[in-house]
Design a protein. Sequence first.
Length: 509
Amino acid sequence: MFPAFPLFSTFAAATLAEIAQSSPLVQTALSPETAQTSPFPEIPQTRLIFQLALSLGLGLLIGLQRESARSGFGGVRTFPLIAVFGTLGALASTRFGVWILPSGLLCVALIGIAERAFSLARRWIRAAELSATRSNANASENAFPFSASTDISATKTPEIKEPLEHESSPRRDFGATTLVSALATYCVGAILANPAWTLVGLEAGAVVAILLQFKRKLHDISAALGENDLNAIMQFALVSFVVLPILPNRNFGPFDAFNPFEAWLTVALIVGMSLAGYVVYKFHGANAGVLFGGFVGGAVSSAATTTSYSKAVATGATSRDVAAVVILLASATQTVRALILEASVSQEFFYRCVPASVVFIAASILPALWIWRRIRREPVAAPAESSGVSEQKNPTQWKTALTFGALYVVILFAIKASNALFGDLGTVASVAISGLVEMNAVALSVARLATTDPATMQDGWKLIMIASIFSYLFKVGVVFSIGGARFGWKVVPLFAIPCGVALASVLLF
């Protein structure tokens, strides 16, 4: 398939040899002794076979995607070979010099460029042949006008048919994405040569295949976000990556409650999670059902979802049953977000919170599913101007991000101050009050405190449950004040189930 392979392989090797002879520095880099510093350890043969099998499998996965996309560069055979080529190149570099690994990458790049050039040349030649064939056919038709419908058409068709078949070939000329994916496949194979990096290689290969497969979906998401949303996202990403590295990573203020680096990192983490939900909302919001609408609403903002659906009930835009299901699911998703945030701070604290949180989430979801079974055929409607999912704001807007950052700092200070001044009772009171305001900030604050306080590490999950109870109570208040008493009394028993379970777990354990 690649007629330039021998040519460019020989050219690359000859060039490297000439450079090695003329440069002492490069001679040192290309020498076999340099391989002794390679990060690849001795690998048993059985493990080597396993690593090659993984490399072959990932290459096959990427090759299947490229074959289905009818890429003009390789498919189910070429990409597995590239992956194995990368693994063998990395292994060979440990014995004969590190120059082998980049040389292989260079060869793959040159082969791709050569194939692209030959593909364009063949296309240009076919187009020229087709143009000449059509010109000759037209000239013959003008010379013999009376026989054009019989003899000329019969002789013209076979000559034109072959170029046309080439022009409509199902395999298209490849672009930069296919070439880059080939280089990435080589790198994935090279990573898999080291058993210590197996997980990294598997994740990288899977990401390459996923990005290639969901090309159209990614383009649709970009189109759905719109220019204003993209501008807000890019501005936040730019400032976050520029500001975060230069912020001091140490504590300031009373009770050492303010760490600029941790505070801004927390804002970036929360906004990133909300952004993921917002992207899903923008892409699927118009077609969301009851269950999906609840989960997506909770991923973006459970408080905003509660407010929006309470307004929808008050205006008659949706039924009380539908709104109750969506609000319950959004609230359960909020607890899932809290678990993710806890895991980002302390895995030990996360493991201690998992049992109670999972039971709390199940106690929230099961009543919602019970109602959904009865009303699943009803249409979903939020406010009249919105779609099936409540209208949400872009979480990367500066007002939203800075508001959360301020709340996080205030809540962390309140928890530390109350713990120092009033002991456990003060900590419980501050967590309960903070749960009425921002559950995510409470989860992060308690997790941070647990890293320095053994007592909080042991029993901090109880603080999370208390904050979750008060967060649910706040939502009940929103439902009563906006959705009306009838909707409020419908929601009370549904929320009482998870709150009762959480309270029992705190008191009994």
